[in-house]
Each structure stands twice: as C-alpha cells, then as structure tokens.
Design a protein around this ligand. Structure first.
Ligand code: PLP
Ligand code: COI
Length: 355
C-alpha cells in the first residue's frame, strides 16, 4: 500500500451540463500526481486540486518526447453507482509503454490503489446521461532538468478526469475515414504499440488533411510496404468480409486496443470466426468491388464502437453497407456499452466497481 496524501479543493467547480459535453474539454476538481527518481523510486503520491503543472524548461518530455498516456472510462450504472471497464488492462499497457520509452514501471497493485483512490474521490463527476462517462487520463512524463539525451532519471505520473460525451460529433452514426497513402504513423520496431504522445504528433499532418476534406480520421497503412491496413487515429479497425471478421494482427506498429480485445472475445463467444492477420488494401478493395465487404467499424475507449460508412483511398470513394450501421457493429456496440453502463450482464467479469 502506498501513502496517498489528499488535499481537497476549497473551491469546487460546478459540474458541466450534459448537453454538448464533447470529449476532454472540462476537468474534475482534483488530479493525482506522484514523482519518481531512479534512486528514491516513486515518492510523494498526492491528490491535489486540479491546476497547472510547474515544469523546468529543460524537462525531458518537452524536448525528447518521453511521454506516455492511457485512456479509460468510469461509467454511471442505473443504480447510481460507478464502475470502470477492465482498468487493469490499461495499467498493464501503460507499463508496456513505459518499458518501450524507458520510463519507470508502476507496480500493478500500487497503480490500482491509486486509480481506485482517485476515481473514488472524483466519482461524482461521472455524468449519468446516456452515452456519457468520466474519461480518465493517466499519463507519465520524463522530468529530468537537463538537455542530455538518455533514459530518464526523474518522472511524474499523473491522472486527470474529464466528464465526456461522444468522441465523434457523429455519435453512433457512421463516420467517414480517409486511407492515408503518404504519411505513416509507426513502423515495426518503433513505438506504434506504445501509447506515447509522439505517435499522435506524427499523425497530425495526415489527420489535418483528412479533416480538410471532410473525413473524421485517417486509416493508416503499414510503414514499410504501405500496403497493409493498420488502425485509425484513435481506434482499431475491424471488417466483416463474406461473413468472417477480419482485423489487423498486432504486428508491433498497432496499439493493442482493449476495446479490440474485448470485441474479439465478444465475437468469439457469439460464434463468429475472427481472423487476426495482415489485410492488404488490395484485398479490401477487391472485397468492396465484389460486394463482400459487409461491415467496417472502429473500436476504442473514446470512440466506443463506431461504424465506418465511407472509406476514401487516393481517388476512390467506397461506401460501406450503404453508409448505414451494420448488424454486427450494432451488436458489439450494444454488448459493450451494456456491460460498461451496467445495463447488460457482465458475463466476462470485465467491470470494476468504484467505492
Ligand atoms: N489505436 C489508437 C491509435 C488509439 O489511440 C486507441 C485509443 O486508445 C485505440 C487504438 C483503441 O484502444 P483502446 O480500445 O484500448 O482504447
Ligand atoms: C482513447 O480512446 O482513450 C484514446 O486515447 C484515444 C485518444 C487519443 C483520444
């Protein structure tokens, strides 16, 4: 057990109205912070009023991108209580990201205690309207006060919380996605499987181009051959091709999504065949042209399960399932949100009550 000092705010904020909440725009009253030094280990765990961080201008994260993060949600159940969805998976992934970026590990039990204590304190910020939740953003950054390039000696772990609505303005309506033919997001051996800020910085140029053309996000191709489908900016992708579910294999350049993993488990439990393998753009185009690409969707914590109604690649535009949400996409959305919001039975044991 670690000792967490709690300093409560003396000026609690008003909770935002549910209408027009958007994603990640307002923040709860407190934040968690804990410092690390390679001689002392983790120290000074504290929950303090939400506010600005004070960092040295030479801070490693600012210059060399030593930063990782996670995203998970707390959901309000019909009985008023609050629960998280598979939080341990986020903590484990954060430690895998930390390993890749030479940031320190947080022992799983301590991490869970921190999350439980922080969310326990902030749970009133979990909105109750349909489709809303309390988005939790743990992050860690290298904090050395020197300009040498090396694995960090000092770091900070933080958690902030943001009452949020849907990630896309479309909500559950199909989104339009542009397949990126020029920029790449990650390569095998790089940091694609880690949830680090640099991956997102590298994505911004293509994302901006896509938005200018009216697309919500970019679908990335692999960084070596620019041939295989990888993932979307903030979600993994799945396709229903001739009755079979196909999703890109975790080759090292894709984020191993917790929603992806959950969708695969739900699909298998319902008898679907799920293939995790390389899927080329040619195969996808051929399936589209043959009328065999029945459904496409993205899945992620922020985006939940999001149908893809249109895919653009170079000069071609492909409409999928007449731009409507498909049966499997809807089933996954209903099953996952049913478990997350406590409307459906949690037969997988994925929920974690907040006390
Ligand atoms: N891929 C990327 C690049 C992401 O940012 C996310 C969001 O976290 C995902 C996939 C989906 O991961 P998860 O389901 O764990 O949220
Ligand atoms: C999430 O789904 O939690 C994410 O982190 C996506 C994001 C980059 C907004």
């Amino acid at each position: 057990m670690i000792d967490i000092r709690i300093e409560k705010t003396t000026t609690p904020k008003e909770k935002p109205a549910a209408a027009g909440l958007g994603f990640g725009q307002t923040f709860s009253d407190h934040m968690f912070l804990m410092d690390y030094n390679n001689e002392k280990g983790w120290y000074n765990a504290r929950i303090v009023p939400f506010g600005y961080l004070s960092i040295h201008p030479a801070c490693t994260a600012l210059h060399y991108g030593s930063e990782i993060f996670e995203g998970l949600k707390a959901y309000r159940k019909p009985d008023g209580s609050v629960q998280m969805f598979r939080p341990i998976e986020n903590l484990r992934r954060m430690n895998r990201s930390a390993e890749r970026l030479c940031l320190p590990q947080v022992p799983e039990e301590d991490f869970m205690q921190i999350l439980d204590t922080f969310v326990g304190l902030e749970q009133d910020w979990t909105p109750s309207e349909a489709g809303t939740s309390l988005y939790l953003r743990p992050f860690m950054y290298g904090n050395d006060e020197t300009l040498g390039v090396h694995a960090v000696h000092n770091a900070t772990l933080a958690i902030i919380a943001s009452p949020s609505g849907s990630y896309y303005k479309e909500g559950i309506n199909p989104v339009k996605i542009m397949i990126e033919a020029e920029d790449v997001r990650a390569v095998r051996g790089g940091t694609g499987y880690a949830k680090c800020g640099g991956n997102y910085a590298a994505s911004n140029r293509a994302g901006q181009r896509a938005e200018e053309k009216g697309y919500s996000q970019v679908l990335w191709l692999d960084g070596v051959e620019r041939k295989y489908i990888e993932e979307v900016g903030a979600m993994n992708v799945m396709f229903k091709i001739d009755g079979t579910i196909v999703t890109p294999a975790l080759t090292g350049s894709i984020l191993p999504g917790i929603t992806r993993m959950s969708c695969i488990e739900v699909l298998k439990s319902k008898g679907f065949t799920v293939e995790e393998r390389l899927l080329s753009i040619e195969e996808l185009e051929a399936a589209l042209k043959a009328g065999k690409l029945e459904e496409a969707w993205g899945c992620g914590t922020a985006a939940v399960v999001s149908p893809i109604g249109e895919l653009a690649y170079k000069d071609d535009i492909f409409v999928i399932n007449e731009g409507k949400i498909g049966e499997v996409t809807q089933m996954l959305y209903d099953t996952l949100t049913g478990i997350q919001f406590g409307n459906g039975e949690d037969t997988f044991g994925w929920t974690h009550p907040v006390k």
